[in-house]
Design a protein around this ligand. Structure first.
Ligand code: FES
Ligand code: FE
Length: 439
């Protein structure tokens, strides 16, 4: 527990009663602190290794609002640096992705290599730099880069713990997807924007099985086939206990529901269930899971059922861009791969039937946080408060044996406040809470 709980941000989250203050979703000053203490500190998802497969491949991404080039050098090592020339700040690369040995700034022609180092300065070389050390004028580097199961992450904070420590038990959750096969990204990313606060999208990802049977009811009644290729077994809400919930230190977590019907075993994306090796990798508990909606804090949604990565990147307190990547098993037959991509795009994405339901909800939640009178009345995240007992056994890291609860969402806001109140990573590492006991 962080030392001084009377300080600024912990007061917006009441864990014992399950309340969250609406101001945190719209306040511009709070957002500016989030840019420093969350997006300036956390490990953020950048790209999939297969999207920069060859030497000198690059992609342009964002870490918070910072434009970042992620690329491989000639030896295949991955680098990431801010896409802003050190001369007048222009972008040195304006295309989304490609392959190049150098980034040449369009304004005056400063040239940087694929390690981000400054290689060339046109004209009047002798007059430049004076007492400055030219070697210091490369592109600003992302402090640390690492990958897990093909996902490349970066952090701007040199004091951040390793990616392994940051993900912690969430690796067990991510393996729920990655142990199913050998994945690569479908080329290109689908992008769209929404006028919503990023945290509403994250709290839906970490633990809102609750909304599905209600919000997405019309899509299901219309016969929509979900992203993992299954028609929903029932439009009734699943049993409250037919699944489990996990959360981890540093704010990651998920709800996972169990298979409900034999029909769910027979879909194109369920082929791994007949592979004894995959079942052995996953173990008994994870092999029973139909789908897990997972959040890697702060803003990466990973769907184990439809095999999608959805990055929800903030551009202001009330705006996000969503970048969607579809992952396919390299060993899939081409027709199955096409089926998966089609099903995924009908489900999530700008024309996705579920996506439009979700986006409209987050838009409304964000609008509902704007009113100065409304802000006196907290949002209610109390479902399961005091009942989220962690089971600790050999089957998994600590888990809560219920599917429907708001424990994971409330935990996410608690961790959000820990990040916001901490002075630094060393303080956060020393004083943060572990999810144990009862939530
Ligand atoms: Fe890049 Fe001048 S702004 S070379
Ligand atoms: Fe939804």
């Amino acid at each position: 527990m962080l030392a001084d709980r009377s300080i600024a941000y912990a007061r917006y989250v009441d864990r014992s009663r399950g309340l969250v203050n609406r101001k945190i979703f719209v306040d511009p000053e709070i957002y500016q602190v989030e840019r420093e203490n969350i997006f300036g500190r956390c490990w953020l998802y950048l790209t999939h290794e297969t999207q920069i497969a060859k030497p000198h491949d690059f992609v342009n991404v964002f870490m918070g609002e910072e434009p970042v080039i992620v690329c491989r050098d000639g030896d295949g090592a991955v680098h990431a640096f801010i896409n802003s020339c050190r001369h007048r700040g222009n972008k040195v690369c304006r295309v989304d992705a490609g392959n190049t040995k150098a980034f040449v700034c369009p304004y005056h022609g400063w040239t940087f290599d694929t390690r981000g180092d400054l290689q060339g300065v046109p004209g009047h070389r002798d007059l430049y730099f004076g007492e400055l050390d030219r070697a210091d004028w490369g592109l600003v580097k992302v402090a640390q880069i690492a990958s897990y199961r093909g996902l490349i992450f970066g952090t701007f904070d040199p004091e951040a713990p390793s990616l392994e420590e940051y993900l912690g038990d969430m690796r067990w959750g991510l393996d729920l997807l990655f142990d199913q096969g050998d994945f690569e990204a479908v080329p290109n990313i689908t992008r769209w924007s929404m006028d919503v606060n990023w945290k509403f999208a994250s709290d839906n990802a970490i633990g809102d099985m609750y909304h599905g049977a209600w919000s997405h009811r019309s899509a299901m009644l219309a016969g929509h086939i979900s992203g993992n290729g299954t028609r929903s077994a029932s439009i009734k809400p699943p049993q409250r206990d037919n699944g489990f919930t996990m959360v981890t230190a540093y704010g990651h977590g998920f709800n996972a529901n169990y298979l409900e019907a034999a029909a769910q075993l027979d879909t194109p994306l369920a082929a791994w269930r007949k592979d004894p090796a995959a079942r052995a990798r996953l173990g008994e508990l994870r092999s029973r899971v139909n789908r897990a909606n997972m959040l890697v804090f702060p803003n990466l949604f990973v769907n184990s059922g439809s095999r999608e990565l959805m990055l929800r990147n903030p551009f202001g307190p009330e705006r996000i861009e969503i970048w969607k990547t579809i992952l396919v098993d390299k060993n899939m037959p081409p027709e199955t791969r096409r089926q998966q991509v089609r099903a995924s795009n009908r489900h999530f994405g700008p024309a996705g039937m579920f996506e439009q339901d979700d986006g409209e909800n987050w838009d409304q939640s964000t609008a509902g946080a704007r009113g100065n009178i409304s802000q006196r009345y907290d949002l209610n995240y109390s479902m399961g408060v005091g009942h989220g007992t962690f089971v600790e056994d050999e089957q998994s890291p600590p888990r809560i044996e219920s599917l429907y609860n708001e424990n994971a969402q409330l935990w996410m806001y608690h961790v959000w406040a820990e990040f916001m109140d901490a002075e630094s990573w060393p303080q956060l590492r020393a004083e943060h809470d572990e999810p144990r006991g009862v939530l």
